[in-house]
Design a protein. Structure first.
Length: 270
């Protein structure tokens, strides 16, 4: 009888452990799937607007201390707007949200990826139109409320080559006129604000407005509606048109107009 009780106890414990593992797995939304990093690293190669200073990383200490243990520490200097980063609405809309006031809920959600790379790679000045968005909806259904809209132009493949990615390798104010890369047409931005309810928008170029923009009208319209933007997003070719979830967390700069961004996507297994 004691041996039987021991076997029964072992079986019961195994059942309890298996049940606990199943409950844990079923309650964890990230238990089955894969993470995709949508962030370019920050280094001396990171691309910035021609009028911005480049990213700098300086060594404070690196090596073995007098006490005999290894230690490293660095300091960095970076403009808000460069590399993979967030544009806060206050960047182009007075009185709208700075970085630290954007609710985390606005920076997480289901991803919708509109692929215009065929047009954009054929025309550096392509502007994503309301028609491009309508074509996506014809194939995939309405852009859902609360979505994070990502525009794939294909220009991520050119990173970090400034001439291929920005349209010019020159630096300074005179280089701004030479910028040629795709963006979102102001009419499409206006349509999104009026007809859809997205949380945020992002793309794989340096700016929501295309390189030759002078007034940055898409920025102005989106940001007036408190819709933040993610720029220089990486690896969009790894995402499906729909089905992924995005988490985009910027450095929380109080009052900031933008910030370096760590953005990732999770793609659950079917």
């Amino acid at each position: 009888m004691p041996a039987m009780n021991s076997r029964l106890l072992t079986l019961l414990l195994a059942s309890v452990q298996a049940g606990a593992s199943w409950i844990q797995a079923s309650s964890d939304p990230f238990a089955s799937g894969r993470w995709i990093d949508l962030t370019h690293d920050f280094s001396s190669e990171t691309l910035y607007w021609p009028t911005s200073d480049p990213f700098r990383l300086e060594t404070v200490f690196e090596g073995v201390t007098d006490s005999g243990f290894y230690y490293s520490a660095y300091k960095f200097c970076a403009a808000e707007h460069g590399g993979t980063h967030l544009d806060a609405p206050v960047h182009f809309a007075r009185g709208r949200m700075p970085v630290d006031e954007i609710p985390v809920e606005r920076l997480t959600g289901p991803a919708v990826v509109v692929d215009v790379s065929g047009k954009a790679l054929a025309n550096r000045d392509h502007q994503v139109s309301a028609g491009d968005l309508a074509s996506w909806e014809d194939s995939h259904g309405r852009i859902p409320d609360g979505a994070i809209l990502l525009l794939r132009t294909g220009y991520g493949r050119h990173w970090p080559d400034p001439a291929a990615y920005l349209g010019t390798a020159r630096r300074g104010p005179e280089a701004v006129a030479e910028l040629h890369f795709p963006g979102l047409h102001p009419d499409a931005a206006r349509w999104l604000v009026a007809n859809r309810s997205i949380k945020a928008i992002g793309l794989d170029t340096p700016s929501i407005d295309y390189g030759q923009s002078k007034l940055f009208e898409s920025h102005q319209m989106l940001f007036a509606a408190n819709i933040p933007a993610f720029e220089n997003v990486a690896n969009l070719e790894q995402l499906p048109a729909k089905g992924a979830r995005v988490i985009a967390l910027p450095m929380k700069i109080k009052g900031g107009s933008g910030a370096p961004l760590r953005i990732v996507a999770f793609l659950a297994e079917d």
